[in-house]
Design a protein around this ligand. Structure first.
Ligand SMILES: N[C@@H](CCC(=O)N[C@@H](CS)C(=O)NCC(=O)O)C(=O)O
Length: 216
């Protein structure tokens, strides 16, 4: 089995797949693409993924993109461990948590703040009301995700796809809080989520997945 993983440092979508590959213990070849060098729109990568996005995998000649499709595919080909373990109801709950991360915590909470602080159009100040609304939504969602913990992880005894999808967003909350005081995100994590994030960060493979440009 040959599996190539195309990754871009700092992409939350790509980060979730990297954590999952490591958790599953699947062998893979890592290819890091540079956003700054516009690697994603170079002909070689466009031939693999015409939508020029990471994450992308190629498994035995089969190219696949869209992180959630990749996670489900990896779950199906992994011989031992699983990203969506359990009964039909337990597996459905993992998928629900993932959709809630994307649709609620990220789209309505984190993304407006990120857009205002990192993509403010030329000539205008960040919209403080939009940042505050995003922050209020994040507070609500972080509390809700804290209540979803079932022991150490979101779905029980071991990390699942839900943990790997949520974590990069939490890393962004922490980073934006530290780098952009105007965000009001510093120290925002409720204790259960802060402890859960520390558990993700203590996973033996976590360090190599951390964006190198975030270390400074
Ligand atoms: N829905 C996609 C989103 C992937 C995505 O937006 N990737 C970004 C990086 S965070 C990307 O590759 N952007 C480069 C481009 O669109 O040219 C997924 O879940 O994989």
């Amino acid at each position: 089995m040959a599996l190539t993983f195309y990754h871009g440092h700092g992409s939350p979508y790509s980060w979730r797949v990297w954590l999952a590959l490591e958790h599953l213990g699947l062998p893979y070849e890592l290819k890091v693409l540079s956003f700054a060098d516009k690697d994603l729109t170079k002909p070689g990568f466009l031939a693999v993924n015409p939508r020029h996005q990471v994450p992308t995998i190629v498994h035995d000649g089969f190219a696949l993109w869209e992180s959630l499709a990749i996670l489900e595919y990896l779950d199906e080909i992994a011989p031992a461990r699983h990203l969506y373990p359990g009964t039909a109801q337990e597996r459905a709950r993992i998928r629900r948590l993932i959709r809630e991360d994307e649709e609620q915590l990220d789209r309505k909470g984190l993304t407006p703040i990120y857009d205002e602080l990192y993509h403010t159009p030329e000539g205008r100040e960040p919209d403080r009301a939009r940042i505050e609304a995003g922050r209020a939504k994040l507070v609500e969602e972080l509390e809700a995700f804290g209540r979803e913990l079932r022991g150490d992880w979101l779905a029980g005894e071991a990390p699942t796809a839900a943990d790997f999808v949520l974590y990069p967003d939490i890393a962004y909350v922490k980073r934006i809080g530290a780098k952009k005081p105007l965000s009001g995100l510093e120290g925002i994590l409720p204790a259960p989520i802060a402890r859960w994030a520390a558990r993700v960060e203590a996973l033996p493979y976590f360090g190599k997945t951390f964006p190198p440009h975030w270390r400074s």
